[in-house]
Design a protein around this ligand. Structure first.
Ligand code: M6R
Length: 612
């Protein structure tokens, strides 16, 4: 959730840290802070509640913090309300050490009690402060910095990415990781730590991903990494292949809008390299045909929008493979005693590749013998590294908290996986395979057509932006699509919205429909259009105002029923949601815009959910 950047080099640290925090702010934005260190002035800290802009204002009003080694943090509060004191960095009682932390120290209460008993005074309500205080405790007892770090890590339970500065080491930054993302950046005479590459890409493209249990000691001249037993580790370095502009707004008002508009290109990146002469090809998969044939059941495990992709995927996969597919919320799956075994394929879907619940579900499935295939956007992320196989979506960095292009590319990739498996298993009809692959190739162009009508969605949003409540209804693939449309709307506009399987309306929900209630009726799934019509008639009869999302072939019929239409090009039913989601994204975007919401950073949310 929180964002961390650390730097040691020869240029002033503060501007660089603030620039990095700007790019990490999507990970959490309750408060922000920086710590720098110099031989003359020692540790200097500034931190405050609110957005990064508040910290910038504070820094501008004060004498500059001096130092060429430092670290910064942007917070998504877990323990302790967002206020100045609970902001990071946290400094120990004796001022010997400062830390920034992402994660949760689960046994903090026990450590705190121990330290209180030793006479340590705490300032904050956070779990994180115990790390600073415990380090100080071991320093005072005579440990050198690295010794103290290892002694502290031995006592910590929970998840952490840590940056650590010691007052008497002005050229040294220490980092440690367990179950929270942290990478190392290698520069010329300067080195970095960061929660993700966006924070440091302007300075270096050479990175290494820290593994659980590792500790890194950074100086301007190099980075030494040790494993949990303090043995030196030779890290494999990777080159980031996307450009800094990919993580910038590039003239758009919001990252979300930019990412919506990038979807045709994102899909080209996902699909084109894997579609050759009408065949789906996955050069990157290690999965053998023998293993594939052994699967009796498929689990799809994910959170939020990635879970919605799984909901859609279930329909397509079961149809293509004739295998049962169970879609599970990762946060439920991990505690449900899942019936996963060696004959199970477990598909974990995650944009960030760092979602803690998905990661925990992955480990649970692995411990039960499942074969783990991840669909992930962030290259080198934890879920990608811990899976047996990974398919990258290659959508490029997604910064807006509300996912758009990652969702679209996950969906296309999952459909492609279904096609590939269905063909390999000989269970998918050749004509259907050919029809879906042909439509896959056409998808980016059709998406461009959908995006060219952005003005129509803006107009519609101007009619409905002041509603308190919106219903989404649909059947089959349209039901799963509605879940995503509803989530998009509520997370960025704060309008209460619910999505229902249209056939369920008469089992209770229809009592909520009153004259003027806005119902977004999804009617893109050709085989069930007649049923969709009946459901629209039912809600209209109770006074609902209906916005119908439909395809060109059903335009006329829907025009007779609905108050307003959103029309998308026809596609194969398996891919229709890839087109249908875009009007829903734009509808949510423009409604949030009209309501003056902070679209890229909705309240209480963060992009990457690395706590439980
Ligand atoms: O990075 P992940 O795909 O694992 O994230 C899962 C959810 O947190 C994410 O999809 C979330 O629901 C988005 N805010 C939805 O827009």
């Amino acid at each position: 959730m929180c964002g961390i950047i650390g730097f040691t080099g020869s240029s002033p640290a503060v501007p660089l840290l603030l620039d990095g925090l700007e790019r990490l702010e999507y990970r959490g934005y309750d408060s922000a802070g920086v710590a720098v260190i110099s031989a003359e002035k020692g540790l200097q800290i500034q931190k405050c509640k609110g957005r990064l802009s508040a910290l910038r204002e504070r820094l501008d009003s004060l004498p500059p913090l001096e130092g060429t080694t430092g670290m910064g943090h942007t917070r998504w509060a877990t323990h302790g309300e967002p206020n100045d004191v609970n902001s990071h960095p946290h400094v120990s009682q004796n001022g010997q050490v400062a830390i920034v932390h992402n994660g949760i120290i689960e046994n903090y209460a026990e450590i705190k009690e121990f330290l209180l008993h030793e006479g340590v005074r705490f300032r904050s309500d956070t779990d994180s402060e115990v790390v600073a205080q415990l380090l100080d405790y071991y320093f005072t007892a005579g440990s050198d910095p690295l010794d103290a770090v290892y002694r502290v890590l031995e006592r910590l339970e929970g998840a952490y990415a840590l940056g650590i500065l010691c007052a008497d080491q002005p050229d040294m930054l220490i980092a440690a990781r367990k179950d929270a993302p942290l990478l190392l950046g290698y520069g010329q005479g300067e080195n970095f730590i960061a929660s993700d590459a966006t924070a440091i890409i302007a300075h270096t493209r050479t990175v290494a991903y820290m593994e659980d249990g590792e500790v890194a000691v950074l100086t301007p001249d190099g980075i030494a990494v040790y494993d949990e037993y303090r043995r030196p580790v030779e890290k494999q370095r990777h080159t980031i292949d996307w450009d800094v502009s990919a993580a910038e707004k590039g003239g758009y008002a919001h990252f979300m809008f930019k990412e919506i508009m990038e979807q045709p290109d994102a899909l080209r990146h996902t699909v084109s390299p894997r579609l050759r002469d009408g065949e789906v090809v996955f050069d990157e998969l290690a999965l053998t045909e023998e293993k594939l044939r052994s699967f009796q059941r498929i689990y799809i495990v994910a959170c939020g929008s990635s879970y919605h992709v799984g909901m859609l995927g279930k329909y397509n996969l079961e149809r293509f493979l004739r295998l049962p597919v169970e879609v599970c919320l990762a946060s439920e799956f991990r505690y449900s005693g899942p019936l996963v075994d060696e004959r199970s394929l477990v598909i974990v879907i995650s944009q960030s590749g760092e979602t803690l619940d998905s990661m925990a579900a992955l480990r649970e499935a692995r411990s039960r013998g499942g074969y783990i295939l991840a669909i992930v956007n962030v290259v080198g992320s934890s879920i990608a590294r811990e899976s047996d196989d990974v398919l990258y979506t290659w959508a490029g960095p997604e910064i807006a908290v509300a996912t758009t292009k990652a969702y679209s590319t996950q969906l296309a990739l999952l459909t492609m996986l279904g096609l590939w498996m269905g063909k390999a298993l000989g269970r998918l009809d050749g004509a259907e395979y050919a029809a879906v692959t042909a439509e896959l190739a056409a998808l980016p162009g059709k998406l461009e057509t959908v995006l060219s009508s952005a003005g129509a969605y803006q107009y519609l949003a101007s009619l409905y932006f002041n509603r308190d409540c919106v219903f989404f209804i649909g059947r089959n693939l349209d039901y799963a699509l509605g879940l995503e449309g509803s989530l998009k709307l509520k997370e960025i506009s704060y309008i209460h919205s619910e999505s229902y399987a249209a056939g369920e309306l008469k089992h209770g929900t229809i009592s909520l429909i009153e004259p003027g209630t806005l119902v977004v009726a999804l009617a893109t799934y050709g085989p069930l259009i007649d049923k969709a019509v009946s459901n629209i008639v039912e809600v209209k009869a109770r006074g609902a105002e209906v916005v119908a999302l439909t395809t060109e072939s059903h335009r006329e019929r829907m025009a007779e029923l609905a108050d307003h239409l959103l029309v998308i090009p026809d596609s194969h039913p398996a891919l229709q949601p890839n087109l249908g989601v875009v009007p829903l994204q734009l509808f949510a975007y423009y409604i949030a815009l009209q309501r003056g919401c902070d679209i890229d950073k909705p309240k209480n949310l963060a992009k990457s959910v690395t706590v439980e």
